[in-house]
Structure formats: structure tokens, C-alpha cells
Write a protein that binds this ligand. Sequence first.
Ligand SMILES: Cc1ncc(COP(=O)(O)O)c(C=O)c1O
Length: 388
Amino acid sequence: MASLPASLPRYMSHVPPRHTHHLHDLCVFPRNLSLTKQGSVRELRIATSSNQTEPLIDSTDKLSDIPLLSCSEAIEKLKQNRENYKGKQQFLAMYSSIFGGIITDAAAMVIPVDDHMVHRGHGVFDTAAIMDGYLYELDQHLDRIIRSASMAKIVLPFDRETIRRILVKTVSASKCIKGSLRYWISAGPGDFHLSPSGCYQPALYAIVIEDQSLFDSKGIKVVTSSVPIKPPRFASMKSVNYLPNVLSKMEAEEKGAYAAIWLDNDGFIAEGPNMNVAFVTKEKELLMPNFDKILSGCTAKRVLTLAEGLVRDGKLHGIRVDNVSVEEGKRADEMMLIGSGVLVRPVVQWDEQVIGDGKEGPISQMLLNFILEDMKSGPSSVRVPVPY
Ligand SMILES: Cc1ncc(COP(=O)(O)O)c(C=O)c1O
């Protein structure tokens, strides 16, 4: 019997010690490796066997520790897990076309593992904010998920009107007044093949997440992403393939920044991992990168419309959507991140470059106020009432 010391992988170094004992339950180890001591993953031993027809399992294996659960026991575990790991967010309701209805018990908010979205990333999603009992820009986000589904070659599970009705009803059932509605359209469950031909029906899932926090207008720092940007075909659809986005966000956090900014393959400024970017130039022009190689942000598009008021008031001299070089961006008077998650967030530093005078810019603040105002009392084209 050989003994192999094994330390925790680096990506788990942030896992608090009280959680590492659960790794025993979560990790799948090769059959010929066993834990020497229950609750410890710091030392693994390899069992060797001269008879290769025998399973390579040593006698200290605690296979009996892995229970065979009945359906009701598994559901009980799901409930316990929800009780034990309460995060900051509350999930108030979920619609699933698999259930054909809405559930409000977070323990049952699950997605089938054979869904093509889960094991192949063949799904698209979107998010709309809920503000004071209204869904903000629901139709714009709905248009985008339908576009994304078409690009991902996923047939809609229902017609647009039915999807819209289900989404509004899910928010209504949640009784959520402030938060967000996230929803997915996937190729659906069926089998584990690469081709979706065995997926028997596309699926719709939607979840309501409560969020009472206020939008922050404090200036933040960004860095240039070293994680490669997705090619335009994939960056311009909102598929569930967000690994580059996650890695980019992690890179920013590792560098003490809020977000990492992508440049496109020609070196022009593209977008952040879940937000668009915009600038106020020295000539007092609102400047936004072209949307052809990135996600067409619903908030950014709305900002472009609302900013026309600032042009009328003479606070801006113009609005331009164009290629933006890094040099032009870094010497701008103001830089901001724009998206449904951040609304409008001023950037005061990009890499080593201080933006403008290093303080939150007045135009960013005005645009944030415009969006907040729009969410609270904008026209019916951007505010869909939820009948609670
Ligand atoms: C990659 C990316 N860019 C931009 C945005 C901003 O889009 P929106 O304003 O519609 O939230 C998002 C938001 O999810 C995003 O994921």
C-alpha cells in the first residue's frame, strides 16, 4: 500500500475550513484512491492489487458511508441543505416547465441533470429587474432571450406571449417587490449525448431573487482582462457559457478591482463580464463601443435614449456609438459600467490610469438617477406591472 500526500487544489484554497469536510461528500475520487481518515482529504492512499480482475478498493474504504437514498430522503436532504447554507439571496419562486408550474419552496428549485443546458451548456438566459412591483424592461429582455435562443438553435418551449405570461405570473406568485427575475430557455432534458436530438422538449425555467439592497454609486476600479473575450458570435448571445466571464470577474477580484474590461480582437474596448461600458469624452460626448461584437445591453440602450435629455439640456454635446480605442477610453473625463446589475456605476481608475479627476463624474451620476427614475416612473414600454 503506497501513501500519497495530497493537498487541497489551489482553486479550493478559498473554501473555509468548516466546509472542507463536505468535500468528502462532493468529490468523486478514482476508484483506487481512498480517504485515510473520514473527513480528511489531505492524505490519499493508493490501493494496489496483483489481481486486476478484483476491484481496486482497499478494505478501509468507507463505501457504506455513501447511502442509497429514497426519493423522499433525497428531498429531505435538499431541504436540509437549504437550511444549512443560507446565502445572502432569497429565492422566492421558481417556474419550471418540467414541473409545469411554480414552486415557492427553494429546496425544490432544481434542474434535471440530463438537461442539455446542464451537461453541454446548450441554454440561454436573461434577467429583468423588479422594482416597486414592476418588471423593468421585461419586453426588451424577452426579445433578447428569444434572439439568443434562435442563435443557439433552441426552439422556444412556448410562444412569446405565453413565456411572458409565465414570467409575470412567477413574479406575482413570489410576491417580490424588489429584486430580479432570471430565466433560462434550454434544449431540455433527454439524454447525455452531444447532439440535442434526444432532448424531448425545450424547457423554460425562471427564478425570482429578492434583493433589497440599494444601487451603489461609489466609484470603482477596473482592470484590463487577460482572459480572452468570446468570439463575436458567442459574445453577442446570452448563452449559459459564462466561464470566460466568471474567470474575468475572478481576475478582477484577485487584483482588487470590481470588473475586468475586455478588448476585442482589434484592440478596441468591448465590454465587462456582465456589463457594458461607456465614456464621457473631453469634448463632452457620451461614447459607447459598438454592439456588433458584444452583448447588446438593454440598460446601455436605454441609457443612450435617456442621455438625449442631457444633450437637450446642453450637459452633453453629443452621443456616439463607435469603435473606442483604449487610449481614448483612458483619457476620457468619465468612464462608467452599465448593466441591469450595476445600473450605472462610475469608474475612477482603469489599470494604473486614473479616470478624469479620480472622482465619480457628474454625467455618470445623472445617468444613474435617470435610470432609477425610469425604473420607478418610466413609460409603460419599460415598466410591466405585476398583478400580485
Ligand atoms: C456580457 C454582458 N454584457 C453586458 C451586459 C449588460 O446587459 P443588460 O444591461 O441587458 O443587463 C450583460 C448583462 O447581463 C452581460 O452579461
